[in-house]
Design a protein around this ligand. Structure first.
Ligand code: SF4
Length: 239
């Protein structure tokens, strides 16, 4: 049964007029939930940002390639040594596979990641004068770079909102929030883009990832302390 929730936590006065359904069926329902989620998470996590450590687009590209199937914390333990030894694409492309493997071993899939890093360095030098390109098409042509990584680079290194980063936290949260039933990242991204302002796409990913790491855990979400529980169909403590 559809329920209309009228809690106003974190909402602007103009948003309080229309109750928000916790059982979204229409695009209007989803837009209303998306609006509440965005505003409340912005208020909850005003400092939300990419948790990978980097100082320039090249370092973010390296760190994001290493973050596949690995935590940001682990990646941040490895990258200082990697960046000290290979501070540029030109340095990285001259590295040996064995040396890079040794540095990135603890991030998992280290052979494939080392190969991607060296290949990426080669391609940056050969095609872009050592710089990181600024389009999805150019980025996904780099070794080890898919659409998610490309969106991370564009949104964080260049402030270009070309798409929405869909990682495991984003996947879990938006399905729990009833914003989509899509299961694959591409489908989820396509479903989310019409629901959120383009200017907020990069920030949205950070907000959802922060909420997933701090509250909406995979196994036991802390629904009681969640700022979006009043609009969440998956809330475990709501009536
Ligand atoms: S109410 Fe629970 S399931 Fe819904 S977003 Fe919050 S923590 Fe996650």
């Amino acid at each position: 049964m559809a329920r209309n929730m009228t809690k106003t936590h974190g909402q602007k006065p103009s948003q309080r007029a229309a109750p928000v359904s916790r059982s979204p069926k229409t695009k209007a329902d989803k837009l209303a939930i998306a609006n509440v989620v965005l505003e409340r998470l912005k208020a909850e996590y005003p400092d939300a940002h990419c948790e990978l450590d980097y100082r320039n687009p090249f370092e973010l590209l390296c760190a994001t390639i290493l973050s596949a199937q690995c935590t940001d914390v682990r990646v941040n333990m490895v990258t200082p040594a990697l960046f000290a030894r290979y501070p540029t694409a030109d340095a990285l492309r001259l590295a040996t596979q064995e040396d890079v493997e040794e540095i990135v071993r603890s991030t998992g899939f280290y052979r494939a990641k080392a190969k991607s890093l060296i290949g990426m360095g080669n391609m940056l030098v050969d095609r872009y004068g050592g710089d990181v390109p600024r389009t999805i098409a150019e980025l996904i042509a780099l070794p080890g770079v898919g659409r998610k990584t490309a969106n991370v680079i564009l949104g964080n290194a260049f402030d270009i909102n070309e798409g929405i980063v869909v990682d495991t936290h984003v996947q879990r949260l938006v399905r729990r929030l009833g914003l989509t039933r899509e299961a694959d990242p591409i489908g989820i991204e396509q479903a989310l883009m019409p629901l959120f302002p383009r200017a907020d796409w990069a920030l949205l990913s950070h907000l959802l990832i922060w909420h997933g790491r701090r509250r909406c855990f995979a196994r036991k979400p802390d629904c009681a302390g969640c700022v979006v529980k009043s609009v969440c169909p998956a809330c475990e403590v709501c009536d």
